[in-house]
Design a protein around this ligand. Structure first.
Ligand SMILES: Cc1ncc(COP(=O)(O)O)c(C=O)c1O
Length: 491
């Protein structure tokens, strides 16, 4: 170990470590370490076993059905990975001059064009790395727009729905705006009376998901847009639910001025567990000058990064954005080609099929056609058998199904938000229905089975509050080896 350490130091000193043409800074003598670092020394096979055992415990879209509402856990085609790993893409250095990165820039430019078409808005930035970062970017764009018009100080309020995802109020607060919430009607639309009462000269804009987190398309969206535009305010579209409408309706046509996309949801990307993500933002012409810098532009047949953007809000992410994500989403779009609309149509069909088959066994608070997802309530199971949405979710794990989103949106008690996506075959949907019906029957016949669930997972039911408050993030290698030995011994 010492020998290797010495060699690598010597190698670095001799300049053998790749420096990509950049100067390699000398470590000042006072800061250089004099003893080798304490690195763990482990047998390779033990390390392989450790990670294989961890991977075996994982659940993902590749291992089972994952109807996690508002997350669009669709299958990620393997060809996307192959393309993202092409050496010309994967090995491209972020400091590569534009002339040497024409293929990558062209891909980004084309991605911008497709996204602009999907949103019905002319200009796109690819920089934000998640939906939530898109939200923050969009709000910064609103602020820059109003400042430019001399209205910045006056317009200090953003309105969201009472069904809004938690990132919406968080972004509003982070961006320094005041937050106001508008109620949802019994039919699942924004309450227009409540809205009219709250929109005034202080309103900077609306932030809305459409279809909403209830999986319902707002039937009055054009009127909603008029109310805001008449007051001189802007509309922001949280595109987390875009999977329902691609090629069918466009946020720009609905009246939205700023849109974010969740590339990792709508346009396929392995996600969950924290990344990677992509949250591009599209805007109307009037907001284009404020977009983050640099922008990917085309001059004839040449593509380049345009840094000359005097009114820009500046960078919101390093370099030009999460490039590997762009390649995967672009590949996904190109595989569909002009048939992209079929993606959304199938997603909506699948959700309505599940809704129709489950609405009698569970309660359906908003009984109308849904979009790509729908929200059931376990309220009746709770009233009659003491079984909660959480119990249903935990029991699903015993049947190798990832739980749906629970307890959200907050306006539905005991909510179970189910999103099947377009990538599941009918057999899989039917199997899910069978399990959900069986669980509803178990709630009546053997409720203790649900209360104790899961029974078949590596860990039983966790104290989730304690886990969140006192997380144990360190798992010693020795623990894993011991656990492996115990498991092998059948204990
Ligand atoms: C409705 C809604 N808005 C915003 C977001 C935030 O998106 P991201 O997780 O990409 O930050 C989500 C994420 O699940 C969402 O469901």
């Amino acid at each position: 170990m010492e020998l290797i350490f010495e060699k690598s130091q010597a190698g670095r000193r001799a300049g053998r470590v790749p420096s990509y043409g950049l100067p390699v800074p000398e470590v000042p003598a006072g800061l250089a370490r004099s003893t080798p670092p304490r690195l763990p020394e482990l047998a390779e096979n033990e390390i392989v076993r450790h990670f294989t055992n961890l991977a075996d415990r994982n659940f993902g879209i590749d291992t089972g059905f994952y109807p996690l509402g508002s997350c669009t856990m669709k299958y990620n085609p393997r060809v996307n990975e192959k393309l993202a790993a092409l050496p010309g893409f994967a090995n491209l250095h972020p400091h590569q001059e534009d002339e040497g990165a024409q293929g990558a820039l062209e891909l980004m430019w084309e991605l911008q064009q497709i996204l602009a078409e999907v949103a019905g808005l002319p200009a796109v930035t690819l920089q934000p790395a998640a939906g939530s970062q898109g939200e923050l970017t969009g709000l910064m764009l609103m602020r820059a727009y109003f400042n430019d018009r001399g209205e910045g100080g006056r317009r200090d309020t953003i309105i969201t729905a009472d069904t809004a995802h938690g990132t919406n109020p968080a972004s509003v607060t982070m961006a320094g705006f005041r937050l106001e919430k508008v109620a949802t009607t019994e039919r699942g639309n924004l309450d227009l009376d409540d809205l009219r009462a709250k929109v005034n000269e202080r309103t900077a804009g609306l932030m809305l998901t459409n279809p909403s987190t209830l999986g319902l398309f707002d039937e009055n969206i054009v009127e909603v847009a008029e109310i805001f535009h008449d007051a001189g305010a802007l509309l922001y579209y949280d595109g987390a639910n875009l999977n329902a409408v691609v090629g069918i309706s466009r946020p720009g046509d609905m009246g939205f001025d700023i849109v974010h996309y969740n590339l990792h949801k709508t346009f396929s990307q392995p996600h969950g567990g924290g990344g990677p993500g992509g949250g591009p933002v599209a805007v109307r012409d009037a907001l284009e000058p404020f977009l983050p810098s640099p922008q990917v532009v085309r001059d004839g047949d040449v593509f380049r990064l345009d840094h000359d953007r005097p009114k820009s809000i500046g960078r919101v992410r390093g370099f030009a954005g999460p490039f590997g994500v762009f390649v995967r989403s672009y590949a996904f779009m190109r595989a569909y080609g002009p048939e992209l609309r079929a993606m959304s149509e199938t997603a909506v069909l699948n959700a309505n099929y599940l809704l129709a088959r489950l609405k009698d066994a569970y309660e359906l608070p908003y009984d109308r056609l849904c979009m790509h997802e729908f929200v059931l309530s376990a309220r009746r199971l709770k009233r009659e058998h003491g079984i909660t949405a959480l119990d249903v979710a935990k029991r699903l794990m015993d049947y190798d199904i990832h739980p749906p989103t629970v307890y959200f949106p907050l306006v539905v008690p005991e909510a179970l938000m189910i999103e099947p996506t377009e990538t599941e075959p009918k057999e899989r949907l039917d199997a899910f229905v069978d399990v959900m019906l069986r669980i509803a029957a178990e709630a009546a016949d053997a409720p203790e089975l649900l209360k104790d669930a899961p029974h078949e997972r590596p860990v039983r039911r966790l104290d989730e509050v304690k886990a969140a408050k006192e997380p144990i993030v360190k798992h010693g290698f020795g623990d894993a080896a011991r656990e492996g030995a115990l498991r092998a011994a059948g204990r």
